[in-house]
Ligand binder design. Structure first.
Ligand code: ZN
Length: 172
């Protein structure tokens, strides 16, 4: 299935794990080509994972934000046995020359994406790194009034982008 179909279709069995700032374990979000076979995050990050099924396939999202600086990532992957095929990364990095919310995505079917890597072949960045970013403020980009990122907000941003609902959902 391609990304737009995964986003638009109904999600079943949505499960959100507990938030933590421990380093993720392999089982939390396996990535075979990364050190330790796990999603790379330091203890400076808070994160949770969201799991769901769409049309018979299973997916996982790593939702993570840095505790000190405006850095965010929500990484959607298709579960592939004991590995993950990364399909899209929604990100905000304060350190880029042109700052703003953007997505790195592959536009091909998940079946054609190689497993275990954060940047599979063909992954594109939208908008590209030199272009103007419409949502260039970290929190104002979502018309949020809070002064700093928090767990619910981080989850809601991922929910809005990837089209899933969860218990604490509110509309943004
Ligand atoms: Zn990026």
């Amino acid at each position: 299935m391609i990304l737009s179909e995964i986003i638009s279709r109904e999600k079943k069995n949505v499960f959100v794990s507990a938030w933590t700032d421990e380093k993720p374990k392999r089982k939390d979000y396996p990535l075979s080509c990364k050190a330790g076979g796990r999603f790379p995050l330091t203890r400076k990050w808070r994160w949770t994972t969201v799991g769901f099924d769409v049309s018979g396939s299973s997916y996982r999202i790593m939702v993570a934000y840095h505790k000190d600086v405006p850095e965010y990532q929500a990484v959607l992957g298709e579960c592939d046995g004991a590995d993950t095929k990364v399909l899209a990364r929604l990100e905000y990095h304060a350190a880029h020359p042109i700052v703003g919310w953007h997505i790195h995505a592959v536009c091909k079917d998940g079946a054609e994406v190689e497993a275990g890597v954060m940047k599979p072949h063909g992954q594109r960045r939208l908008p590209d790194a030199r272009s103007h970013h419409r949502r260039n403020q970290y929190l104002d980009g979502f018309s949020l009034s809070e002064e700093s990122m928090n767990d619910n907000m981080a989850l809601d941003i991922a929910a809005k982008w990837f089209g899933f609902k969860h218990q604490t959902s509110w509309s943004i």
